[in-house]
Each structure stands twice: as C-alpha cells, then as structure tokens.
Design a protein around this ligand. Structure first.
Ligand code: CU
Length: 193
C-alpha cells in the first residue's frame, strides 16, 4: 500500500515536470545576427503584464541593447547615459503608422517611460543622431526568445499545446508556422527581405 503511494507520487512528479518543461528550439537562417522567436497570441488566453521595466539605454550613441523583446503591456524605461541630449521616437508599431510616437528629447541621467500595449516591432530612432537605431519587439505572450548571433534559439517553459510561432528579424519578413509542443519541440525558420 505504502509502496503504491510512493510510486503514484513519483509518477505524478514526473508528469508534472514533463507538463511544465516544454521547450521550442531551432535555428533562424537566411539572415545575419540576432532574431526574435515568439509564440503568437493564444486564443482565450491572456497573460498578466510584467511589472519589471526593462531599460533601453542610449549610451555611446547607440541604443543598448539594440533589440529588446517585451511582452505586451510592459513599460520600458528609456535612459540617456550620454553627455549629449538624445531623442526617442518611432514612426510605427508593427507597420501601423497610427501608433507612431515621439517621446521627446532629454539630457544625461534622465529617463522616460512608455507602456507598449500593442504587439509589433517598434523601430526606435533618435532625431538628434540619424545613425542611431534600435528595436523594441512587443510580443503577445511570455513565450519568446532572442536567438544567438548564429540564429539558434530556445524558448523555455512552454506548456504543452498547439501554437503559432513567429520569427522576426530586423528588415526581414516575419515567418510563422504551427508548432505542437509536447515536451521538446523543434521549429526552424528561413527568413528573407
Ligand atoms: Cu541621439
């Protein structure tokens, strides 16, 4: 009797670990450098917005990091660490020009915040320094990853299920594909301009 109970508990543990430990991994080809891969909106599912504010720093006349991926609803803090004044603006979110916005221009040590409520890539620019560019990529779920420079990515902690997974790369067309997660799933992408 006692042994059966232990076996049952062990089995439950194994199944629960398997259920929470799904991953989606693979490689994004056809483009050079980092890509973003994410699970698209899941019907009937919403996720609480993260309370942490990622920081996009303007430092050394660069947006650092160059690409920041956030879940929809996240507030991003834009910091200026340079001695010169910087501006932050974007002309669209995911191609929607109605969502263009200018955050203004501010000096060293100050920051301004913005809450991103619509999924899509936000191309960051500075109107003081036309050569500066960066991206905030706003994604609909907490299941996302940035690839390494070779395009390899891994999304952790994806519950088992059927999803649409999308790959994004600066200047390339998005590619989406259906992925079934039951433990470890694989999905490769080939992007082009
Ligand atoms: Cu600037």
């Amino acid at each position: 009797m006692k042994r059966n109970l232990l076996v049952a508990i062990a089995l439950m543990l194994i199944f629960s670990i398997a259920a929470i430990a799904g991953t989606i991994s693979g490689k994004v080809s056809g483009v050079a450098g980092e890509s973003v891969v994410y699970v698209d909106a899941i019907q009937g599912k919403t996720f609480p917005a993260p309370t942490q504010h990622p920081v996009v720093d303007q430092k050394g006349l660069l947006f650092q990091p160059h690409i920041t991926v956030v879940q929809v609803g996240t507030t991003v803090d834009f910091l200026n660490s340079d001695k010169v004044a910087h501006n932050v603006f974007w002309t669209n979110v995911g191609g929607n020009k109605k969502l263009g916005h200018n955050l203004g221009t501010w000096p060293q040590g100050e920051k301004r915040s913005f809450k991103f409520d619509t999924p899509g890539a936000v191309p960051l620019l500075c109107n003081v320094h036309p050569e500066m560019s960066g991206y905030v990529v706003v994604v609909p779920t907490p299941y996302f990853a940035e690839s390494d420079k070779s395009g390899n990515y891994k999304i952790e902690n994806v519950p088992d299920g059927s999803y649409t997974v999308t790959a994004w790369h600066e200047g390339a067309k998005n590619q989406s594909k259906p992925v079934n997660v039951s433990g470890a799933a694989k999905a490769d992408f080939t992007l082009s301009k």
